[in-house]
Ligand binder design. Sequence first.
Ligand code: ZEM
Length: 295
Amino acid sequence: SATQAAKAATNFVPSRADYQKVYNRIAETLDEAGEYDDGSYGPVLVRLAWHSSGTYDKETGTGGSNYATMRFEPEALHGANNGLNVARGIMEKIKQEFPWISYGDLWTLGGVAAIQEMQGPKIPWRPGRIDGFAKDATPDGRLPDATQGQDHLRKIFYRMGFNDQEIVALSGAHALGRCHTDRSGFEGPWTFSPTTFTHDYFKLLFDEKWVWRKWSGPKQLADKKTGTLMMLPTDYVLIQDKSFKKYAKAYADNQDLFFKDFSAAFARLLELGVPTAQFVSSEPWELKTLDEQKK
Ligand code: ZEM
């Protein structure tokens, strides 16, 4: 609107209420998906938030959500980011309406809104990311490769500064969404409720019998009973590796524990690469869901 554009033009300092407005606009947009996938843009927005943050390298301090470098080539064209043009396009419309927000704040807030609106836990979040430049873009190969095993998962996530428990908790995001043959080559959803955040991903890992799918696509598993669900090789590793399995079992048995651990790990993921001094608030905020604001 004209008001929001005027705010961008002046030395307007947005308040928590202004960020709640952006949250609300994203939340309303999730359900405007129509026939797209399972009827929600939520899952692909979570994937955008994750891929914009998961490039972080703790040794060099490069990557992470600060500069939103996925806007630039070649990072936009990295194989791991296939299909995220959809998510960036959705976010671009929000950006037009609220030009004062940085892309890094917008994309991470998108992940927060999507998780919370899909019945997930509260994700503490605070603004402060700034827009970077093409020279800040990260090299290919920093995001995980689904065809690989536990050593690869550890190498990738330890580089971001995460431990085994956090690797497992974060992987639980695969309760949401699906794989697309024209994006990753893999196909299908992990759970029967891909637009609701649950611990079903872990329950299904343990409760179903998983068999290698017979098809011409990349190696993936299918549930023997219905053949409609899938697991990536990196998902299956979570119940094969002894250390991962311990956490996966705990999350299968206790959804509250999963929600608590996911929230902490995802909140931390979204802040990777952002200098603490840049944050406008010393403590992250809990933004309200649309439902909570109706009361
Ligand atoms: Zn994913 N992910 N991911 N992931 N992911 C896909 C989809 C989604 C891996 C991976 O290769 C893939 C995390 C971790 C890991 C989401 C969230 C998070 C897809 C399918 C692949 C292949 C892409 C497609 O075809 O559209 C690997 C190897 C991971 C290592 C552990 C973490 C961490 C996530 C968030 C916290 C989500 C929500 C999706 C679904 C996207 C959609 O469009 O439905």
